[in-house]
Each structure stands twice: as C-alpha cells, then as structure tokens.
Design a protein. Structure first.
Length: 59
C-alpha cells in the first residue's frame, strides 16, 4: 500500500506544479495589465488637466 500512495503522489506532482506555474504566469500578466492601465489613465488625466488649463488661459 505504501508504494500505491507514493505512485499517486508522483503522478499528481507534475500536474500541481504546472497548475501553479500557469497560475503565476496568468497572475503576473493580469497584474501588469492592471498596472499599465492605471499608469495610462493617470498620464491621460494629467494631459487632460494640462490641456484644460491651457484652454482656460487662452480664452
């Protein structure tokens, strides 16, 4: 019976490792996308604020 559980553990290990690797990759992709979108939104808001101030000064 000991051999059965050891074989079962060795059978499941690659699946668990690949699952964790996949999860880490997807997590990092989603985090980087979220960070990029936040940065882009902040830069866009700054540019809009600059244009708004410039328009106000010209009128």
């Amino acid at each position: 019976m000991d051999n059965f559980w050891l074989n079962a553990l060795w059978s499941v290990t690659p699946t668990v490792i690949l699952g964790l690797l996949f999860w880490l990759i997807i997590r990092s992709i989603l985090r980087s996308d979220r960070t990029e979108r936040e940065t882009y939104a902040r830069l866009e808001a700054e540019e809009r604020a600059k244009r708004g101030q410039t328009k106000g000064d010209q009128v």
